[in-house]
Design a protein. Structure first.
Length: 299
């Protein structure tokens, strides 16, 4: 009994000693590090890099901006070129601006498919769980799609130089023409974001974009002059925003003369009209695309 009493007394004394330790000698408290949210620029840069890495891992994604543009240039230049009469220095030089404009219009196709696939696989839901803004997902997607389409412009420029296409109006006008291409492509990307947010499957996006973008790009002065079209069809083609872009490129690069007095007003002022169309389309499509994306990702 005495042994048990002695043991209890020792345990009690040790407990008092532990509780009487001065606070100055106690171990410091461990606090969790404070995590800062990344800056908006870093978020966008990360999203762009993430989208571009898919191209490196899936080289077949470059088929629409490498193989397809070369195929279009060669087919139209050598198969249809001899049967289509155009003003200027020949059909090959007249053709290249049209195919480049079509490629930038198809940038909406690329972003729509990529965004639909990300939403369908749950990638966007994972992004929502991170401390990043939702807008960085859209901005990163739009910039990477614009870079993706720009690869096609470079490929077509090299192909065009190989078959005889040239720039005749100097460096400043050449840069302005390429700037118009990027501006128009940026506006079309917002259309792609809108379509990608509305449709729930890649197949649906493919069907919709093929049935809309192909008629729009062909019902213009893209591959053939509008002079010989029936009056009502010519009016539609000449007021098509793609026709203004193509005419601006041809004049800035010196591939065709300015439009005649019988042409529609947009073709007589193609640079101004292209800027107005591009800014106007972006103003219309951007709010609709953001609203559709937010609604889709919140469901």
């Amino acid at each position: 009994m005495t042994d048990y009493t002695t043991a209890a007394t020792a345990i009690r004394d040790e407990s008092r000693t532990a509780t009487d330790v001065p606070r100055s000698t106690a171990a410091p408290a461990v606090t969790a590090p404070h995590l800062h949210a990344p800056s908006r620029l870093r978020e966008v840069r990360t999203m762009v890099w993430r989208n571009l890495k898919h191209i490196r891992r899936q080289p077949e994604m470059l088929a629409d901006v490498t193989i397809q543009p070369i195929m279009f240039v060669l087919l139209f230049a050598f198969v249809f070129g001899s049967s289509i009469q155009t003003p200027g220095s020949g059909y090959r030089e007249w053709l290249l601006p049209g195919i480049m404009a079509q490629t930038m219009a198809f940038s909406s196709f690329v972003v729509a498919i990529g965004l639909t696939a990300d939403i369908g696989r749950g990638i966007v839901d994972r992004f929502r769980s991170l401390p990043i803004s939702r807008s960085s997902v859209l901005v990163g997607r739009s910039i990477s799609s614009l870079l993706h389409s720009s690869i096609g412009i470079v490929v077509m420029s090299v192909t065009g130089l190989a078959i005889g296409w040239r720039i005749h109006e100097g460096f400043a006008k050449a840069v302005l023409a390429f700037g118009l291409l990027l501006l128009f492509g940026f506006a079309m990307i917002w259309l792609g974001i809108l379509v990608g947010s509305k449709f729930t499957s890649v197949e649906g996006v493919n069907g919709f974009m093929f049935t809309t973008m192909f008629p729009i790009t062909f019902l213009a002065n893209t591959f053939a002059p509008t002079d010989n079209m029936t009056p009502w069809l010519r009016t539609i083609a000449e007021w098509n925003p793609i026709s203004a872009l193509v005419q601006a490129l041809r004049e800035l690069w010196g591939n065709a003369p300015a439009a005649g007095p019988d042409a529609a007003w947009p073709l007589q002022h193609p640079v101004l009209v292209t800027v107005v169309w591009s800014v106007g389309l972006a103003i219309v499509f951007a709010p609709l695309a953001i609203r559709a994306f937010v609604k889709r990702t919140e469901d």
